[in-house]
Design a protein around this ligand. Structure first.
Ligand SMILES: Nc1ncnc2c1ncn2[C@@H]1O[C@H](COP(=O)(O)OP(=O)(O)O)[C@@H](O)[C@H]1O
Ligand SMILES: [Mg+2]
Length: 516
């Protein structure tokens, strides 16, 4: 028994003793007892190998995110975190000492000391923090069609329109730009031109897309598109050496998971696109926490999943770590799950057949252990305890260990309303992003083209009439450019767009997202 405990301490210590800086996750648990000396650590240098925090509701996932974010901040690493329930802003206030927290501190060998952290709050609605916007073109056709709920043909059309606008250097900033472009290219004078390149846009398809854009606007979502666009460089700040924790508070749009999850993915894509290659660093440049990540994957199309997979795979070399937080590991598609090297699994339940199935699948993803029966541990972990296996500083998976996690040091919940509003109103980002700006973009350009086109057509008409009168010949039967556009042979844009989309989805991300 004793030797078993000593054996345990030695194995865990050896397995979780990284060379460089690390996050102190907690202490190992053996036969229901916390073994303080069995320190469980996560190497900072391995945080760009991504992670998964999973477990049933109320088992402590969000607090685990919090305690990791706190220690990252201390280490000078900035953090981005999705605040789904509005219960993470307490990071700005030191926690209140109580017996449970003191006891937790003692058990893991780090005396509990309340602390607070520098935070910034953003909001997609613009109501709970500085507004965070992206332009439609940076969003890209694949992500946009997820929000618009377009089918493959319609997505193909959208991809072709993005390509056309990019070739013309017409900025698609907001949904209005997109609507104008769509009309211009489907039934306006642009129809002939885009047909040359890609084939005809059917008016039925463009009509459907237009209706879906209007529907999305009616849900009050349109404002997330536009300028001033969020500058990803604003995610890398420090205050007094501490990394700033940037929260995106979406508690007022929780019922629109498609919107915020797609927005976040788009943000990740921006990071990927704009950050330089850095290879493996001593510590990450940024860690991105994706709470309630199942919302990202539910009902995702193949193109969408392949984007997630590529971004997660490639962003590692930009020094960014991504941690997904979700109820069951099975929420995450295998191609993504396989890339999450650091795993913190909170308790699972086995009430329903579905639970049992999840449990079985989760158990299978763990290596065997000398100390635990994985399924028993997973169903018996307490709140703030988790089964951990991470990558050590050489990239090798560590020994699986049930871990009593360190206490979070800031308030575990929302900040007080006073603190919250003073953070928002005192933020330089609130001042910077609060105001929407409009510039000459696709909508204005299309309007100018239309005016010019109508003018020319009128002139043409007058000239024709004059000719007919003067020379007394019959009116020309020549088609107007408009008629020519609609009548030309049957190559459909939908088909070409779909091909283009296929190439985009399989190809390099750079071709999906507009280069700047
Ligand atoms: N590391 C921890 N330290 C102290 N208390 C914790 C810890 N983890 C969880 N708890 C307690 O458990 C509660 C539920 O945790 P939470 O993270 O909100 O669960 P989940 O996100 O899994 O639904 C918290 O409000 C807190 O009281
Ligand atoms: Mg939670």
């Amino acid at each position: 028994m004793i030797s078993n405990k000593e054996d345990f301490i030695e194995k865990i210590k050896n397995s979780y003793k990284p060379k460089g800086a690390f996050i102190h996750l907690g202490a190992g648990i053996l036969e229901g007892q916390v073994v303080t000396d069995a320190e469980v650590n996560l190497a900072l240098k391995m945080m760009n190998r991504h992670g998964l925090i999973a477990g049933a509701t109320g088992t402590g996932k969000t607090r685990t995110l919090q305690l990791i974010a706190e220690q990252l901040s201390d280490a000078g690493v900035p953090v981005f975190m999705l605040d789904v329930k509005g219960d993470v802003s307490g990071l700005a206030e030191p926690g209140t000492t109580n017996e449970a927290l003191l006891e937790r501190g003692r058990l893991v060998g780090i005396p509990f000391e309340p602390s607070n952290f520098p935070i910034e709050v953003f909001s997609l609605s613009g109501k709970l923090g500085a507004p965070m916007r992206l332009t439609v073109e940076d969003f890209g056709p694949v992500l946009l069609s997820r929000i618009l709920d377009l089918n493959e043909t319609q997505t193909g059309v959208l991809a072709a329109i993005f390509k056309y606008a990019d070739d013309q250097k017409w900025p698609i900033v907001d949904l209005n730009d997109l609507k104008k472009l769509l009309s211009y290219l489907s039934e306006g004078p642009g129809a002939a031109e885009i047909k040359e390149e890609y084939g005809k846009i059917s008016t039925a398809t463009s009509g459907t897309i237009l209706r879906k854009i209007v529907a999305v606007e009616q849900q009050g979502v349109g404002h997330i598109f536009g300028e001033k666009e969020f500058d990803i460089n604003d995610l890398f700040n420090k205050v007094d050496g501490k990394g700033v924790i940037t929260l995106l508070n979406i508690s007022d749009i929780q019922d629109q998971p498609l919107l915020f999850s797609t927005f976040l993915l788009s943000l990740l894509a921006q990071l990927f696109k704009k950050l330089p290659e850095v290879g493996d660093l001593d510590k990450p440049k940024l860690v991105f926490f994706f709470d309630e990540a199942h919302l990202l994957f539910n009902g995702a199309s193949k193109a969408f999943l392949s984007q997630i997979e590529q971004i997660v795979r490639l962003i590692r070399s930009k020094g960014v770590g991504v941690f997904f937080c979700t109820q069951a590991a099975t929420d995450i598609p295998p191609s993504v799950l396989g890339q999450l090297g650091n795993r913190i699994q909170h308790a699972l339940r086995a009430f329903t057949p579905n639970d049992a199935d999840n449990l079985r699948k989760t158990v299978k993803t763990y290596p065997s252990s000398d100390f635990y029966e994985i399924d028993k541990v997973l169903t018996s972990l307490g709140t703030g305890q988790a089964l951990v296996t991470v990558l050590n500083d050489k990239g090798i998976p560590t020994e699986v260990v049930a871990t009593h996690l360190v206490p979070a040091r800031a308030v575990m919940g929302p900040a007080s309303p006073q603190t919250y509003s003073s953070i928002v109103s005192g933020s330089e980002f609130y001042a910077k992003y609060q105001q929407r700006v409009e510039r000459r973009s696709a909508a204005e350009i299309v309007d100018e083209k239309m005016t010019q086109f109508n003018l020319e057509r009128e002139k043409e008409e007058i000239r024709k009439e004059a000719t007919a009168v003067n020379k007394n010949v019959r009116r020309s039967t020549r088609q107007t450019p408009m008629e020519a556009a609609t009548n030309q042979a049957s190559r459909t844009l939908a088909r070409e767009g779909a091909k283009l989309l296929g190439k985009l989805a399989n190809g390099i991300l750079d071709s999906i997202f507009r280069k700047k």
